[in-house]
Design a protein around this ligand. Structure first.
Ligand code: HAM
Length: 420
C-alpha cells in the first residue's frame, strides 16, 4: 500500500527548507531586537482551554478543531492557534509576577480542519508573539512595528496594514443591542450559524463566511462609530504612535477577527497574492483573556503570521532567498590511499565548521566530478598519489576556474580564511 500525506498537510522538502529557515531566523532576530524571548508550548492542550479562550461561538472552535479523546478519557485538542496556549503558560508558570511587559514570541504548527485552498491548510505554521501587562497604545504600535520591520528585513513591500478598534465590553454591550436591532427584522434570511450568533455573539455575524457579503451585513452599524471615550482615546493614541513611526495604515471598520478574545485594537496585514482572504498576519488586543482563564486581570496583545502565506507573498514579490551552499568543498579521491586522506581531511574540516563532502559510493573519478558539479559545490580539491607524494593539492574555485596550491596540512586553515 502506498501512503500519501494527509489532505491539507505538506512536506517541507530540502529543496525549499532554506526559505523557511531564513524566515525563522529573521523573525527571531527581529523579535530579539525588541526584547521578545522565545517560548515553546505543547502541540496539544485540553479542549476547554480553546473553547474558553478562543470562544465557543467561533468557527475555529465549533467547526475546525482537531479534537479527540485520549486513552485516559481526556478531551484533547491539537492547538488551532498559539495565543490560548501561551496565555495558559503565562499564568501557570508565574509569569504574571514578572516585570511588564512580558514579551514572548513563538514559531509553531497549528491545526484547523478547513477546506484546502491556496494559502489555507489543515496543518500550517505561525510566527507569533504575545505581550502581557501593557495597557497603553504604545505596545500596540510596538507589535505592529515588529511585523513592519520583519517584512522590510525580508525585502517585502506593499503589504497593507489595516487597523480597527472593536471596543471594550462596555461599548460592545451597547453596540450589541444596536446590532441586534439591525438584524432582528432580517433574522429569517440569515444562515443557521448567524441565527445562533444573533443570540450569543452578534459581532460574529459581521464576518460570517456565508452571510458576510449580504447588504444587510454590509450596512450593519460599525463598532468604531460607537466606541466609549476610553476606547476612542486608545485608538487615537495608536494612530498617532504609528504616524510617529512612519508606519502606514488604513482604518478598516470591517475587521472584527475570527476569535472571541479580542478587545480594542485589531489589525491585519493583507495582500492579494496569498489567496481569497488575503490575510498574511492578524492580531489584536485581548485585555480580558487572562481573566477569563482565571488568571489575574492582565492586558495582552499579540499577532500571528501564517508562514505558508508569508512565503507565497515572498515568491510573488520575487524575494525568496538564494539557496545557501552548506557544503563548500568537494574532496575527490583518485586512489584507495587518497580516500583515507580525503576522509580524514573531511573530518578535520567539519570539526573546524567547514562543510565538505567526499565520495562514499565507490564512484569513479569522473563520476565524482559529475556529482560535485550536479550538487553545485563551489570548491573542489583532487587528491591523488602525486598530491600525497608532494604533500600539496590545488583548490579550485568552480565559479572562475582559478586554482590555488595549498599544502595538505594547511588546507583547513586555507579554507577557514578563504572559502567559508
Ligand atoms: P488568525 O487570524 O486565526 O489569528 O491566524 C493568524 C494567521 O495564521 C492568519 O492571518 C493566516 O496567515 C494564518 N492562518 C490561519 N489559518 C490558516 C490556515 N488554515 N492555513 C494557513 N494559514 C493560516 C490567530 O491565530 C491569533 N492567535 C493571532 C493572535 C495572536 N492574536 C493575538 N495574538
Amino acid at each position: 500500500m502506498k501512503f500519501s500525506a494527509q489532505k491539507g498537510t505538506k512536506d517541507i522538502l530540502p529543496s525549499e527548507i532554506y526559505r523557511w529557515q531564513k524566515a525563522e531566523q529573521t523573525f527571531a532576530s527581529v523579535c530579539h531586537s525588541f526584547g521578545y524571548e522565545e517560548i515553546r508550548i505543547p502541540t496539544f492542550e485540553q479542549t476547554d482551554l480553546f473553547a474558553r479562550g478562543v470562544g465557543d461561538t467561533t468557527d475555529v472552535v465549533t467547526k475546525e478543531m482537531y479534537t479527540f479523546e485520549d486513552k485516559g478519557g481526556r478531551s484533547i485538542t491539537l492547538r488551532p492557534e498559539g495565543t490560548a496556549g501561551v496565555a495558559r503558560s503565562f499564568i501557570e508558570n508565574g509569569m504574571t509576577s514578572l516585570p511588564t511587559p512580558v514579551r514572548l514570541f513563538y514559531n509553531i504548527t497549528a491545526f484547523r480542519y478547513e477546506k484546502m485552498q491556496k494559502g489555507r491548510y489543515r496543518e500550517f505554521h505561525q510566527f507569533g508573539l504575545e505581550a502581557f501587562g501593557a495597557e497603553g497604545p504604545s505596545i500596540d504600535a510596538e507589535i505592529i512595528s515588529v511585523v513592519d520591520i520583519f517584512f522590510k528585513k525580508m525585502g517585502l513591500e506593499n503589504i497593507g496594514l489595516r487597523i480597527n478598534s472593536i471596543g471594550c465590553p462596555k461599548c460592545r454591550a451597547e453596540y450589541n443591542k444596536l446590532l441586534k436591532d439591525h438584524f432582528r427584522p432580517h433574522i429569517g434570511e440569515m444562515c443557521e450559524d448567524c441565527r445562533e450568533r444573533f443570540e450569543k455573539n452578534p459581532l460574529r455575524m459581521i464576518d460570517c463566511k456565508i452571510d458576510g457579503s449580504k447588504d444587510i451585513v454590509k450596512n450593519a452599524p460599525r463598532l468604531i462609530d460607537y466606541l466609549c471615550e476610553d476606547c476612542k482615546a486608545h485608538f487615537e493614541g495608536l494612530k498617532s504612535e504609528l504616524d510617529a513611526l512612519g508606519v502606514k495604515y488604513e482604518i478598516d471598520p470591517n475587521i472584527v477577527r475570527g476569535l472571541d478574545y479580542y478587545s480594542r485594537t485589531v489589525f491585519e496585514f493583507v495582500s492579494e497574492n496569498v489567496g481569497t482572504q488575503g490575510t498574511i498576519c492578524g492580531g489584536g488586543r485581548y485585555d480580558g483573556l487572562i481573566g477569563i482563564m482565571d488568571g489575574p486581570a492582565t492586558p495582552g496583545i499579540g499577532f500571528a503570521m501564517g508562514v505558508e502565506r508569508l512565503l507565497i507573498e515572498a515568491e510573488a514579490q520575487g524575494k525568496l532567498p538564494e539557496k545557501p551552499s552548506h557544503v563548500r568543498l568537494y574532496v575527490a579521491a583518485m586512489s584507495d590511499a587518497a580516500k583515507k586522506t580525503a576522509s580524514k581531511l573531511c573530518y578535520d574540516l567539519r570539526l573546524a565548521g567547514i562543510g565538505c563532502e567526499t565520495d562514499l559510493a565507490g564512484r569513479s573519478f569522473r563520476a565524482q566530478m559529475k556529482y560535485a558539479g550536479k550538487q553545485e559545490i563551489p570548491y573542489l580539491v583532487v587528491i591523488g598519489d602525486d598530491e600525497l607524494a608532494n604533500g600539496e593539492v590545488k583548490i579550485k574555485n568552480m565559479a572562475n576556474g582559478e586554482e590555488t596550491p595549498v599544502k595538505l596540512d594547511e588546507i583547513v586553515k586555507y579554507c577557514q580564511d578563504n572559502i567559508v
